[in-house]
Design a protein around this ligand. Structure first.
Ligand SMILES: C[S@@+](CC[C@H](N)C(=O)[O-])C[C@H]1O[C@@H](n2cnc3c(N)ncnc32)[C@H](O)[C@@H]1O
Length: 314
């Protein structure tokens, strides 16, 4: 950036070279985004050009962070690039999306993002909290099969959809306030790893996070949907310290624009980066499987909030 807050012509020039490299690697086909990068004027001084340059660079740098500390991510990107009306239309207008005869309450952005996420995580078990009409559980199962990584799907709801059980898909009656009753060790003990846990009930979110946190292992993934209004809850959860060590998937969260998803800042991979040895055993009596990272943990053994740094912090 220049002193006036504009993006320097050199930086834009470099972004264009990178875009040309991407286009070449895509067999010469530019994405809409790459076409925009290639078209943006490097020197024009009008406000629209300056804003476009800033916006393009912000998106590229944000997505370019890859996996990052989720607290840093929460501080850095508090909002979404999705315009309100686009977001409102993105689950369907006259009708929601339908999958195998059942409505599916995923935005078109999330459908695309989950397809990418499933290919990265390749979950053996998808645990969905909040079944809706059952369409999303069936869709997860279909997508697992489509990518050659069939997954079992377990979906929990206060009122499970009737007659929706399918091959590999189980609907369970349960309350987010008391998941241990619905998912005791003998039930969840049969689930193969990796797990993809999707919170999509929006009630008792801290209880849901608190239930799964000690059960998650490296390679698992946690998604909290419709989280624009849950940012404070997510921050509180992370700040209090967690059993699992999470990394936010910024490449995915920003794939279609910064936080162009219902899961605003909340697609988290479980890593073996840092554990919480002071929290002891998890709900299954199993200690967190992470190497204690004494050099990273402060004296009290709590994970600390990482403050955003660098040119993309805003
Ligand atoms: C947004 S819908 C789920 C949509 C579905 N996952 C999809 O993508 O199509 C939210 C669901 O959460 C369920 N729900 C609400 N409160 C709940 C609670 N306390 N415990 C369990 N499920 C609850 C509702 O019955 C509803 O089906």
């Amino acid at each position: 950036m220049t002193r006036s807050g504009d993006v320097s012509p050199t930086t834009i020039h470099q972004a264009k070279l990178d875009a040309m490299r991407r286009v070449r690697s895509h067999g010469g086909v530019p994405t809409f985004f790459d076409a925009l990068v290639l078209a943006v004027p490097e020197h024009a001084e009008d406000e629209a050009s300056r804003n476009l340059r800033r916006r393009l660079l912000t998106t590229l740098r944000s997505a370019g962070r890859g996996d990052e500390d989720p607290l840093a991510r929460l501080a850095r990107t508090p909002g979404t690039d999705l315009p309100g009306y686009t977001r409102s239309c993105s689950q369907g207008t006259g009708t929601p999306t339908v999958w195998q005869g059942r409505t599916l309450f995923k935005s078109v952005f999330d459908l695309g993002l989950y397809q990418q996420l499933l290919q990265r995580v390749r979950p053996a078990t998808v645990i969905e909290i909040g079944s809706g009409s059952g369409g999303s559980a069936l869709w997860f199962r279909s997508m697992g099969t489509a990518i050659g990584s069939p997954c079992r799907v377990v979906s929990v709801d206060l009122t499970p959809p009737p007659d929706a059980d399918d091959d590999g898909v189980t609907f369970l009656r349960g309350d987010t306030a008391a998941l241990a009753d619905t998912l005791p060790p003998d039930v969840r003990g049969t689930w193969e790893r990796p797990w993809l846990v999707v919170e999509d009930a929006h009630i008792h979110v801290p209880a849901v996070l608190g239930f799964f946190d000690p059960l998650l292992r490296p390679g698992d993934c946690l998604v909290v949907e419709d989280s624009l209004a849950k940012q404070e809850t997510l921050r509180d959860f992370l700040t209090a310290g967690t059993h699992a060590a999470y990394m936010a998937d910024s490449a995915l969260l920003d794939l279609y624009g910064v936080n162009a998803t219902s899961a605003v800042n909340s697609v988290w991979h479980v890593t073996d980066r840092v554990g919480r040895p002071d929290l002891g055993a998890g709900a299954d009596g199993v200690a967190p499987a992470y190497r204690p990272a004494a050099t990273v943990l402060p004296a009290a053994g709590r994970r600390s909030a990482v403050r955003p740094t660098g040119p993309a912090a805003r």
